[in-house]
Ligand binder design. Structure first.
Ligand code: NAD
Ligand code: TYD
Length: 350
């Protein structure tokens, strides 16, 4: 049985990746290493926690002794690394937390893999999951390809860019078998309500102001999270050693248009009069260093490995709204405690 280490598996994307691997690859034993920060939640994995090919390990990827011991005990055939601090606004409030987890944590894992696999790299794989934000910001036209130069602007994207560079450096210097992917904005179930879509759904539902930064003209490419998890499985198994693959939805939306689309869905789902939810839209002070536009060219992944997104955006948004409306306890749990404090700091002075 192959042993696969997935880091950050209790988070948004990680939980979908863990679910896919545990259910679709019964001959893998999946170890989920997660520190359970504010963003990690074992509730996300209730449906897989009792499966015999799944083990949860609580731990911090920056804890060198702990990580080395874990690798020494299990060796692991593959690593899929998702653990990270992932929210741009939090990175503006506390950049060092991002350097610690995203840079030092990644290098700690790379070292453990390098030392454990030394002399026996054949068949091993270290998969680093990254973001399109490392490429910086586009104007009105153009797409990020795998050869677009890095130009990060936020502490979050700078820390992810640094971690990507380390992964490639370990491949070039120590021949560590690595593969990377850079994906656009994900949406779907189990998404922590600090990010635009789940925050907007939560506020719309509770008749609270829906904060739109600046004029809402910023553009993001959105991909359904289960399509991302599927792409990760494809790249993990078929991606070329040392290569990078861009993952995206071919699905660009201005924030303000996306929010209006969500408002219409919420009017319908909550039996409100047409236009009722849109009254909650509130334009607030823009994010510092706010990237104007992200857009991904995922042609390489499509042509070389045959992956393409499965869902239309409106269909994915409906599914997402349905999940949040049906999972009130999940939302109530994650928005109690520290969330209130974060919300206060992030939004009251805007
Ligand atoms: P998330 O914030 O929802 O989850 C991160 C997980 O990592 C949490 O479970 C958290 O507990 C864990 N974690 C954080 N610090 C840790 C540490 N020091 N040790 C161990 N575990 C720790 O993030 P997400 O949105 O699921 O993103 C997952 C990965 O995908 C990240 O690497 C992110 O950069 C990347 N990514 C995200 C998006 C997106 O739209 N969310 C898009 C592209 C790439
Ligand atoms: P976010 O979900 O934080 O993802 P990212 O910054 O990684 O793209 O934000 C998506 C877009 O929505 C981004 O342009 C910032 C904007 N935004 C708002 O307008 N209001 C909000 O409350 C949040 C969280 C984001």
């Amino acid at each position: 049985m192959k042993k696969i280490l997935i880091t950050g598996g209790a988070g948004f994307i990680g939980s979908h990746v863990v679910r896919l691997f545990v259910n679709q690859y019964p001959d893998y034993h999946v170890f989920n290493l997660d520190a359970l920060t504010y963003a990690g939640n074992l509730e996300n994995l209730k449906d897989v926690e009792s499966k015999s090919n799944y083990t949860f390990v609580k731990g911090d990827i920056t804890d060198e002794a702990f990580v080395n011991q874990l690798f020494a005990t299990h060796t692991f055939d593959g690593v899929i690394h998702l653990a990270a601090e992932s929210h741009v606004d939090r990175s503006i409030l506390d950049p060092l937390a991002f350097v610690k987890t995203n840079v030092i944590g990644t290098v700690t894992l790379l070292n453990a893999a390098k030392n454990t696999w030394k002399g026996a790299m054949e068949g091993k794989r270290f998969y680093h999951v990254s973001t399109d934000e490392v490429y910086g910001s586009l104007g009105d036209s153009g797409l990020f390809t795998e050869t677009t130069p890095y130009d990060p602007h936020s502490p979050y994207s700078a820390s992810k860019a640094a971690s990507d560079h380390f992964v490639r450096a370990y491949h070039d210097t120590y021949q560590l078998p690595v593969v990377l992917s850079n994906c656009s904005n994900n949406y779907g179930s189990h998404h922590f309500p600090e990010k635009l879509i789940p925050l907007a759904i939560h506020n719309m539902k509770n008749n609270k102001p829906v904060p739109v930064y600046g004029t809402g003209e910023n553009v993001r490419d959105w991909l359904f999270v289960e399509d991302h998890a599927r792409a990760i499985a494809v790249i993990f198994h078929q991606g070329k050693n040392g290569d990078t693959y861009n993952i995206g939805g071919f699905n660009e939306w201005k924030n303000i248009d996306l929010i209006h689309t969500l408002c219409k869905i919420m009017d319908r789902k909550l039996n409100r009069a047409e236009g009722e939810t849109a009254k909650l839209i509130t334009f607030v002070k823009d994010r510092a260093g706010h990237d104007l536009r992200y857009a991904i060219d995922a042609t390489k992944l499509n042509k070389e490995l045959g992956w393409s997104p499965s869902l239309q955006f409106e269909e994915g948004l409906e599914k997402t709204v349905d999940w949040y409306l049906a999972n009130e306890t999940w939302l109530a749990n994650v928005t109690s405690g520290n969330y209130q404090q974060y919300y206060q700091v992030q939004y009251t002075q805007r």
